[in-house]
Write a protein that binds this ligand. Structure first.
Ligand SMILES: Nc1nc2c(ncn2[C@@H]2O[C@H](COP(=O)(O)OP(=O)(O)OP(=O)(O)O)[C@@H](O)[C@H]2O)c(=O)[nH]1
Length: 365
């Protein structure tokens, strides 16, 4: 129930946004949210004061609602600044007229100016400093005016005003909580997105060197603590320089991308693969014996050998890989030593004619 309400609110906030990680999305969400809340507030006022036959507030709130719908539409169709600026204008008008003339300053209605100030601070960034200061200044001045003057409401008696203070308190707090929540959740998802970008190799879509080495450290430590077998493997494309020289750098990139996708499809879900650099890759197979790891890597070697990678001109590029393998040894204390062993295996595989794998480990299980 709660999650479906949250999803509904998210859908409302996201209407009209295509770029999920755009720079100004945070502001757009806050603007959207402010309009939606403003519309709900206007509908509430229309219902209450129509019922009480105080039609001038009904008319005023209906006008506010219509202008808010225009602002909401501006936000949806991409006129962000117009939408941003219209919101505080209608909110300032509504709050001052209702506070000073209709409800009376004792109603506490002018505390909505605090929401306008918070809105301006979140929504107007460095390129709109002047607008921000104007909105904050006017809101502050009107807030102080309402605090210092003592006007009686035309429409609210003192009991109504006491009720109004409570309602305003909850509405202002809710607005605050929602805006903070919006900003924090956006920051979280943008951070996560940036982290994924920082860990991914752009060309191949695999983990980049930093990520795969970080995984190597963690998996190595886990395996040592849990006394589990774990195999590290280094894979290198054969004669890749020749592929670049013969077919061009672009074709070389295509080969790297296709071979990476193939390798990622051959390993098991629990295995890790990442681009170590250039045409070299690391595969980490936790909880795996050296024999099983060798079987997986042999299947990978064969799959790559059987690939038919075609250039734009329809020429098929032959590709093979060489593989070095090493398992965690009880005497080893650093993951770099296992990688160095696997690298030795790779060297042997290259020296023995390429397109093969070589195991460099005494630790059999
Ligand atoms: N197209 C392309 N080439 C790359 C990329 N990264 C590295 N290379 C090239 O990969 C080639 C690697 O060449 P070498 O280290 O001599 O290795 P090799 O030709 O594969 O020879 P062996 O490993 O001995 O079989 C170099 O020419 C690099 O310029 C890349 O992202 N794209």
């Amino acid at each position: 129930m709660f999650s479906s309400i949250k999803q509904f609110i998210n859908t409302l906030l996201n209407i009209g946004f295509e770029d999920e990680f755009g720079n100004d999305l945070n502001q757009k969400h806050v603007v959207n949210f402010s309009y939606i809340i403003f519309c709900v507030g206007c509908l509430f006022l229309i219902a209450v004061f129509t019922f009480r036959q105080m039609y001038s507030i009904t008319i005023l709130s209906t006008l506010g609602l219509l202008v808010a719908l225009v602002g909401l539409r501006y936000n949806f169709i991409g006129h962000l600044f117009r939408a941003q600026i219209l919101m505080p204008i209608i909110k300032i008008f509504q709050t001052s007229i209702l506070s000073l003339f209709y409800f009376g300053t004792e109603s506490g209605f002018h505390w909505f100016f605090v929401n306008v100030i918070a809105y301006a601070l979140v929504v107007f960034r460095t390129d709109r400093q002047a607008v921000k200061y104007w909105v904050v200044g006017i809101s502050l001045a009107l807030f102080l005016l309402c605090e210092l003057t003592d006007t009686n409401g035309l429409y609210l008696n003192s009991t109504d005003q006491e009720l109004s203070v409570i309602l305003v308190f909850f509405a202002v707090s809710f607005n605050f909580a929602m805006v903070i929540n919006l900003v924090i959740s956006r920051l979280k998802s943008v951070n996560q997105h940036l982290r994924i970008l920082a860990e991914k190799d752009e060309l191949t879509g695999l983990s980049n060197r930093r990520k795969v080495l970080a995984d190597a450290v963690n998996i190595f430590a886990d395996s040592i603590i849990n006394r589990e077998s774990c195999v590290f493997s280094i894979v290198d494309l054969d004669h890749f320089k020749k592929i670049n020289d013969t077919f061009g750098h672009e074709a070389g990139d295509l080969v790297l991308a296709k071979v990476s996708a193939m390798m990622a499809s051959v390993i098991r879900p629990q295995d890790e693969i990442g681009r170590y650099g250039g045409e070299e890759f690391i595969v980490i197979m936790r909880g795996t014996s050296i024999k099983d790891a060798a079987d997986i890597m042999e299947a990978m070697r064969r799959s790559v050998e059987d690939m038919l990678i075609e250039t734009e001109n329809g020429i098929v590029i032959p590709v093979t890989i060489s593989i070095g393998l090493a398992a965690i040894d009880p005497g080893v204390s650093r993951y770099e030593e296992i990688l160095a062993q696997a690298d030795k295996g790779l060297y042997v595989a290259k020296r023995s004619g390429r397109n093969r794998l070589s195991v460099q480990s005494d630790y059999q299980n």
